[in-house]
Design a binder for this molecule. Structure first.
Ligand SMILES: NC(=O)NCCC(=O)O
Length: 369
């Protein structure tokens, strides 16, 4: 039984119903654990020849648990314990695919440009302690779990990557995606730590559907979203860490527009809270020395290929957003709008091939020749 939409926020053009009655046990976990749970359903039209392809997705936003001055292992393990409890609530809500925020198991220390102790949070993507923890959750709850971490690549010179590990329902590591676009804006000094990713635009064909991951700053690059769509993604998760003073006006637009333009579902996940670091730092942007990034504003949401979206989670609290979707809506949107059939990739492949040549001359016609 679906209750009528309880969110009359017309600017979101919401076609959703609070369909998933939040089980009492999950609600209790939220109340006792001080995290919010919101649950919605985005419908597709009924079809004669296809049954609904319903998937319950979950995205979790959270603060760090211990101060950044605590020992590395204690900081990491406290976050794992916290998120494990929220993941349990997701399981009680019947979530099939669960995604955590960017670098979820550590403070977002990349503003400091310090290598120690922050690089000690890096770990092997396939065998590290965080992946082992996630594998246990995936097996226990029968979920596909997307775990964005700082990867230590021991095979290639112990280099670092910003990586999302994809774990299957039997606890198997299906694969990983490395962040394609690395920011150099404000205090986001991530290029001090890792390079642009080398895993392309993988789509993971899981039992719950075709999943891809566009990590944070990549959300500003429409071509990044585009390639995941070309590879057949039906759900693209955007684990992020971003602050109010920089990106908040863009946040409600980018993942939602990507869902529309690429005819798939998107899930924008941002961490919450303000993280104070031991030593003050600057980023050569005129700001006086400071010890924090500013406020990570959460506001995580899900968006659908028909342009509808859920309300966001809060700007300040830990939370779980459960969204039940019908993947049939992807093809219905393609049929309705025809964006895929009209996108003229050959035209842009030719134009881009020319544009990247060193001797490229922009095609500009001057008014007064
Ligand atoms: N983590 C990250 O890439 N942040 C960059 C700033 C932004 O894109 O909002």
């Amino acid at each position: 039984m679906f209750s009528p939409s309880v969110d009359n926020n017309s600017c979101l053009h919401i076609k959703i119903f609070r369909a998933i009655e939040i089980p009492t046990a999950a609600a209790a976990l939220g109340k006792n654990g001080d995290f919010e749970i919101k649950a919605y359903k985005i419908n597709a039209a009924a079809e004669e020849l296809r049954k609904p392809r319903s998937v319950r997705t979950g995205i979790i936003q959270h603060k760090i648990v211990l101060p950044t001055t605590a020992p590395v292992k204690e900081q990491r393990d406290a976050i794992l314990e916290r998120v494990g409890r929220i993941a349990e609530a997701a399981a009680l809500c019947g979530v099939n695919v669960l995604c955590f925020q960017e670098a979820w198991n550590m403070p977002f220390a990349f503003c400091t440009r310090e290598k120690q102790p922050w690089c000690e949070f890096a770990e092997d993507a396939e065998t590290g302690p965080t992946t082992q923890f996630v594998q246990k959750l995936a097996r226990q709850f029968g979920m596909v779990i997307l775990s964005p971490i700082l990867e230590r690549d021991g095979v290639h010179g112990d280099t670092l990557w910003n990586t999302t590990v994809v774990v299957g329902t039997s606890g198997n590591v299906i694969g990983k995606t490395r962040k394609n676009h690395i920011p150099r804006v404000g205090d986001f000094n991530e290029s001090t730590y890792y390079m642009e990713g080398n895993t392309g635009h993988k789509v993971f064909n899981t039992k719950f559907g075709k999943i891809a991951i566009n990590i944070c700053y990549g959300r500003h690059h429409p071509q990044n979203w585009l390639m995941y769509g070309i590879n057949g993604a039906e759900m693209v998760f955007n684990p992020s860490a971003t602050i109010g003073g920089l990106s908040e006006p863009l946040w409600p637009i980018e993942a939602r527009n990507a869902a529309i333009a690429n005819s798939y579902f998107t899930f924008a996940i941002n961490r919450v809270g303000t993280e104070i670091f031991p030593n003050e730092f600057t980023s050569a942007d005129g700001k006086p020395a400071h010890r924090d990034f500013g406020h990570f504003y959460g506001s995580s949401y899900a968006a659908a290929p028909d342009g509808s979206r859920t309300p966001g989670l809060s700007r300040t609290n830990d939370g779980l957003l459960v969204t039940e979707i019908d993947l049939n809506l992807c093809r219905q949107a393609k049929d309705n709008w025809g964006f895929r059939m009209t996108q003229r990739l050959d035209l842009y492949a030719e134009s881009l091939t020319k544009a990247i040549k060193p001797d490229y001359k922009p095609d500009v016609v001057d008014e007064n020749l």
